[in-house]
Design a protein around this ligand. Sequence first.
Ligand code: ADP
Ligand code: MG
Length: 424
Amino acid sequence: VSLEVLEDMSRLEKCFPELGIHYRLIDKIGEGTFSTVYKAECVTGTIRLDTEVWKSPPLKKNRGNKVPKQKNALVALKQIYVTSSPNRIHNELNLLYMLSGNSHVAPLLDVLRYQDQVLAILPYYQHADFRDFYRDLPIKGIKKYLWEMFHALDFIHEKGVMHRDLKPTNFLYDPFKGRGVLVDFGLAEKEVKTTSKISNACPCISTEKVLVNRNISKRQNIKGAYPKQDQRPPRRANRAGTRGFRAPEVLFKCTNQTTKIDIWSAGTIAFSLLSRKFPLFNSPDDTDALLEMALIFGSDMMKKCAELHGCGLEINLSNSSISTSCNLVQTLNDFLKFENENGCFPPDSVVLDTIKLFSEKGDKFVKPIFEEGADYEAFKQELENYNDHKFIMEVLLAALQINPSKRLSAKEILTLPFFQEVNN
Ligand code: ADP
Ligand code: MG
């Protein structure tokens, strides 16, 4: 622990008289725009806030979320900055409280307030940095990671909550235990359900007067440039999240965002794990982010997506790497070829096998056949891996659907054959 961190911690302990009575700060474990997170130890062995949540039977049955009843239990202390609006702080704490009681979501153990300072107390979860394992998590490990993540999403989505900021730093994963916990509800929101009056259109078109007036086909014909004087009011929508993980409908400022935005983010994480490329998307702004998506899905698909949300999209095809149509499998393939040729990609059997399996010729990766006298266990393993590589593509295709209404829910994704082994 550096001197700077020690000073920081003693400053916090001073400004929170009550903090030191219950907890002893150990280290600083995270620092962001809206908060600082500390690792601490429970010194009294009792929780101040004796909420009903902790008495309810489902929690007791759960593995994972152990209420630190005993002395020395480790907790994470999230100091939410005073620069956050009271509404924002209330929203985060309220959602955390509401979502307590599932082993895949970090429960709120306690809240300390002193004047304008607020501290949320959560159990401490041992986890590894995504950057330390995404390159070599084997296919079985990827399966467990995603299974844990989709379970967390299923739980919060069932409660009508969208996380809005799903990314590896907000999903604490322990690759040794194969356990994952969703944290950080700082941007989370309750989903507002609306249905469209126009068939095959996103409700964002019919719910916005502005957009009904918008002549979509006219807008699509704009060649090369947008009108200089656009009288229409700018479109407003929540675009909270992190670059690289935002769903296409968030980029198009769709006003009808649903829990499916989290499924998209989970899909980009799955793609990262399979392609061993992180971050997958890296554009600094929303326009470039759309171009990056066009690289994977083709410009035609992105134009259709724009249309779905009442927008127009022009992509200059002089950029040779963007084609009108492409697909996920082909792109995964191209990614690897590029990386391999440039010598910066560690050849990895998981991905190479997938590529072989899905290459257009499809002749390189053949289903293993058991030959007499061969090691049966080894054959079984080979066959399982073969199936895993085949089935994970279904997960990717389900989660990375451009159209949110076609994107599967977490519950549906968990029933796909890829997860059968873990479901049993
Ligand atoms: P922010 O809003 O600043 O992103 P987070 O809630 O995401 O705050 O926490 C920031 C970081 O602190 C996380 O990425 C994680 O490394 C660490 N952290 C947060 N909560 C816990 C916890 N319960 N156990 C262990 N580490 C945690
Ligand atoms: Mg975070």
